[in-house]
Ligand binder design. Structure first.
Ligand code: ACO
Length: 305
């Protein structure tokens, strides 16, 4: 665990500044031998056990990450191997902080097509490895972690459970507002995260509104019917401003950014895990997920738990 007080010793910042601007109090940092796939494997094992399945029953693995163990092979295949699975398909999706929504949408469409039956969707990141630890504007914001869900295709049983709609968007013109300044095809290095925080903030609130409202319209439900709003955990102020504008009461908003920081593609599945374990999210609940990330990419997913 790395607290704001710990960061005060690394860069010119303060606990008060970080809490007031972001709501973050602490974040987790992976140990040197903990790679993204190792975090993902641990989350995947917990999700599969929780679903009451055996790993061999999974025939599709989608891993959302921007911090893969290697340029290739994919982190998803590393997770597949770590789970002892030899069949089916495994691949990564890369949509930065929107990665989990993109992964969920991809898996949902595979299951709906009938080509696959049980999908594991993992969001796993070690952002601590791409941070510039001398840049106080970014290094205080992020953390490491992984979360996972299992999706299973099932005949409609009248319960209405499952993913009701996913909305995916992107606009590549905004690359320079949030990016990593390296890569195998450009600099040949891994690079470090760079961000124009204010621009991201402004863009985030407007786009989140659009894509959440589009999900409500697509599914024919209203904000008043929502049980839980589980947004990407980047910044408490973005989350609360978005919820207020959408008319979602603060009591229905799941916030974990205080403990995890921004874990990019891992933040939504980590928040789902917290809210399910503490008894907030229950079977049959209507849950809205949304995220925005580098690209920009953004998206939402509305589901009946
Ligand atoms: N500690 C103390 N002071 C700081 C720190 C820090 N860690 N970081 C910046 N400052 C200073 C700045 O230097 C600036 O000082 P100046 O006025 O003397 O120049 C002052 O604080 C204000 O800086 P701003 O950047 O304007 O601060 P702002 O209120 O916009 O807050 C923040 C910055 C928290 C980054 C905010 O813009 C934000 O949250 N943006 C969204 C970021 C985000 O969500 N990113 C993730 C997107 S998801 C993904 O894909 C990774």
């Amino acid at each position: 665990m790395l607290t704001n007080r710990d960061l005060e010793e690394k860069v010119a910042t303060s606990d008060a500044w970080i809490v007031q601007r972001t709501g973050i109090r602490e974040r987790r940092i992976a140990a040197p031998d903990e790679t993204t796939s190792k975090l993902g494997i641990a989350a995947a094992k917990a999700a599969i056990a929780d679903a009451g399945l055996e790993a061999a029953e999974i025939d599709l693995i989608v891993c959302a990450t921007s911090t893969p163990d290697y340029t290739f092979p994919s982190t998803a295949t590393q997770i597949q191997d770590g789970l002892g699975i030899q069949g089916g398909a495994a691949f990564d999706v890369q949509a930065v902080c929107t990665g989990f929504i993109y992964g969920l949408a991809t898996a949902d469409k595979f299951l709906q097509s009938g080509s696959h039956r049980r999908a594991l969707v993992v969001g796993a990141e070690t952002f601590s490895r791409i941070l510039d630890w001398t840049d106080r504007g970014t290094c205080v914001l992020f953390g490491d972690g992984a979360g996972a869900v299992v999706l299973e295709s099932a005949d409609e049983d009248g319960s209405g459970r499952g993913i009701l709609t996913t909305q995916l968007r992107s606009d590549g013109r905004y690359r320079d507002r949030l990016y990593v300044d390296g890569g195998p095809g450009s600099t040949g290095t891994t690079g470090h995260l760079r961000m124009e925080g204010r621009d991201v903030f402004k863009f985030a609130v407007g786009k989140v509104m659009d894509v959440v409202n589009e999900a409500f319209a697509s599914a024919g439900v209203s904000a008043a019917e929502l049980d839980w709003f589980v947004p990407h955990q980047a910044n408490r102020r973005i989350i609360e401003a978005s919820a207020d504008k959408l008319g979602i009461p603060r009591g229905k908003v799941v916030i974990t950014v205080d403990r995890h920081g921004n874990t990019s593609a891992a933040s939504i599945p980590l928040a789902l895990d917290v809210a399910r374990r503490d008894g907030r999210i229950k079977r049959g609940d209507l849950v809205m997920l949304e995220a925005i990330g580098g690209g920009f990419t953004w998206g939402s997913a509305l589901l009946r738990w």
